[in-house]
Design a protein around this ligand. Structure first.
Ligand SMILES: O=C(O)CO[C@@H](C(=O)O)[C@@H](OCCCCCc1ccc2ccccc2c1)C(=O)NCCCCCc1ccc2ccccc2c1
Ligand SMILES: [Mg+2]
Ligand SMILES: [Mg+2]
Length: 340
């Protein structure tokens, strides 16, 4: 669909989408029918909420109610927030366009977006002052900021009738898509987040290898850092079976591409991060050419299986013999390979 929307507020929404997301803008705009606009508004609503969460200049006692009440702004024409210094603050400043377009969506889509926005805001508020402790809390945080997105998207897919009921009802699988993406981002963004004083690596894991999360930046702590990194990558790989089952249930090509492309990008990123000391010195990204190759290839279940097999094999070949997580890493990589 390359027609340009005529309504100014709709054009503004696609402008905001392209400005605030390199990785999702194209795949959202390629969605069929009513889904394209519903998912665009869904994305902008949650990006606005996340911009509040990420803004470290907002005091916690001000931020808490902002997050838990945010969903109410979807019904307040003209509402906006102009005091954010974040990179995506434009979506808060231009929020009136999002509210206007939200109000034009089918009420089924509005209900899903409102529900996820309310749940995510409450979840984010709960994690404001405490850093992620146990692995269970890591899964809870990722559920709130990403798992709920997968669950909401799946309900939008079913509501649009482009996918079956089971896609919208199997929340466990939908949750796994979000956890796989968010855990990969958290693993990859170690340096950026620790430099910002933000800790998303779970204490239950890193405390086995260091006294403080920032220690891994030191060269003499590199070995321990790699063992911690490999345990986190192994934890993230546990979601791969669910991801593959979820993708195998999709029938609409535009929805398949929309769901599959971020997942293969995450798998490629995880493989690049595995046992890679560069994670502690710079942000590890897959090369542009490889990302393009993955995007054009990831359009069928056979292609997805081949791509996941390739990266599972690459990780399996690099498992250090004495790595504490080695056994589980090899079992998980083997499980991906066995599936074909
Ligand atoms: O600030 C940043 O740039 C990154 O923020 C991260 C953070 O603050 O942790 C973090 O913010 C999370 C809270 C806001 C969620 C925003 C979002 C993202 C993608 C969407 C895709 C479609 C529809 C709605 C969407 C909503 C972030 O953006 N992490 C990227 C991974 C989250 C992926 C969410 C997700 C989950 C399941 C999916 C299933 C299928 C297709 C896309 C999916 C996308
Ligand atoms: Mg963010
Ligand atoms: Mg955030």
């Amino acid at each position: 669909n390359d027609e340009q929307p005529c309504r100014l507020t709709a054009r503004m929404c696609y402008h905001l989408l392209s400005k605030t997301s390199r990785s999702f803008s194209a795949v959202i705009q390629a969605l069929d029918g009513e889904l394209r606009h519903a998912v665009c508004i869904f994305y902008l609503t949650l990006r606005a909420l996340d911009t509040v969460e990420d803004d470290m200049t907002i005091p916690i006692d001000v931020k808490m109610p902002m997050l838990t009440n945010f969903y109410q702004h979807l019904h307040e024409p003209g509402w906006k927030y102009t005091d954010s210094s974040e990179k995506d603050s434009i979506v808060l400043e231009q929020f009136p366009s999002v509210v206007e377009e939200f109000g034009r969506l089918d009420v089924l889509y509005q209900e899903v977006i409102t529900y996820v926005c309310k749940e995510m805001g409450q979840g984010m508020a709960g994690f404001l002052q405490c850093k992620v402790g146990t692995i269970k809390e890591w899964d809870e945080y990722c559920h709130f900021v990403a798992g709920l997105v997968g669950i909401g998207l799946s309900r939008l897919f079913t509501a649009s009738s482009l996918e079956t009921r089971v896609v919208g009802e199997d929340t466990a699988l939908a949750n796994s898509l979000g956890l796989f993406l968010q855990k990969t981002n958290i693993i990859r963004d170690y340096l950026e987040d620790t430099d910002d004083g933000r800790e998303f690596w779970p204490r239950e894991i890193w405390s086995k290898y260091a006294g403080a999360l920032s220690e891994f930046k030191r060269a003499d702590k590199r070995e321990k850092g790699l063992e911690c990194l490999n345990e986190l990558v192994t934890n993230a790989l546990r979601h791969v079976p669910d991801v593959l089952v979820y993708l195998s249930r999709l029938r609409n090509q535009s929805i398949f591409n929309f769901c599959a492309i971020p997942q293969v990008m995450a798998m490629a990123t995880l493989e690049r991060c595995y046992s890679n000391p560069a994670v502690f010195t710079r942000v590890v990204k897959i090369r542009k050419g490889e990302a393009v190759r993955l995007m054009v290839d990831a359009t069928s279940m056979d292609a997805i299986n081949a791509i996941f097999d390739k990266f599972a094999r690459l990780i399996d070949l690099r498992v250090p013999i004495r790595d504490p997580s080695a056994a589980e890493t090899r079992v998980l990589c083997g499980a991906v390979l066995q599936r074909t």
